[in-house]
Design a binder for this molecule. Sequence first.
Ligand SMILES: [Fe+2]
Length: 387
Amino acid sequence: MNRDISNLRKFVSPEIIFGAGARCSVANYAKNFGARKVLVVSDKGVREAGWVEEISQLLTNEEIEHVVFDAVSANPRAEEVMAGAQIYQEHNCNVIVAVGGGSPMDCAKGIGIVCANGKHILDYEGIDTIHLPIPPLIFIPTTAGTSADVSQFAIISDPVEKVKISIVSKAVVPDVALIDPETTITMDPFLSACTGVDALVHAIEAFVSTGAGPLTDMHALDAMRLIKDNIVTLVEQPKDIYLREQVMLGSMKAGLAFSNAILGAVHAMAHSLGGYKDLPHGLCNAILLEHVIDFNYSEAEDRFKVVAETMGIATKGLNTSQIKVALRNKVVQLKQDVGLDQKLKDNGVTISDIPVLSDHALQDPCILTNPRKSNKRDVEVVYEEAL
Ligand SMILES: [Fe+2]
């Protein structure tokens, strides 16, 4: 019997432990994976916040040998992945624990890829390029936004070419995500805003993606509700653990949605921007969001209507163009409320940068699932509107 497989959907996820104190089971999971020696991947900021020391102590308490690698930049670089892989091999490690935001987590995925598959990290750009299984990954996120702890994405910067490469493979879905809202309490308001808006963009892009389906829609819609209801208050009250938990749950759900439905033009263009100008990922998304919604709206009106309603807009009696304007205004207001109302030019981008930014964006895998097909001029116009 011939069946159309284009409607089939798969859903991958790590084992997830969610809630305050989840990080405390790190040693237990490392033992379960038969840890001989653990490579702990983090960065200097997370170390200064005290989380590396705590995880290290938890491993020591269970007599699990480990070595820390924290030479990871805000946008993790290819040479940092290769340096981490060398340390993993020199110390004969067999389990990786990542503690931190998207940068250490993506770097840890890269280290795992290189150690198991042998070539340079930049050789694995693209979709399903990883052929050998990578070492066990136990991830403890300390931000609520990137969702590298649940996703099949790893984003690595190539500073020579000034691009970010996307690696998409179920091989990089972590084995265990210990998602503990207490770890996000050390984020400052700017980072809380950037990561929260990143998570909101994950949810919106996953919902309007051409790869969306019933397995991802429920997570995407829950994520939108949780983030829009809590992110503004959280930025005002960053120590509120209830708000931290709500936004982290939203981020996790957005991560499950986008990991499986993939993303769209906001992320393709944000990856290009972040690689070229070394800017925070969430800020890049925030700058571009309403302009990409404007571009995409006509190709996914029904989906965007649901997005608008989920974001709290009463659509009854409104026509399509009124809903579009209301959604745009809602997004712009939310960005202003969390302090992310910058433009591209505020971050050193000029009109002459736009052709090369557009070339890079069109090569990013996230552009493939954008609801509206786009050519170079389309992408240039969106960048110009965000300038
Ligand atoms: Fe993102």
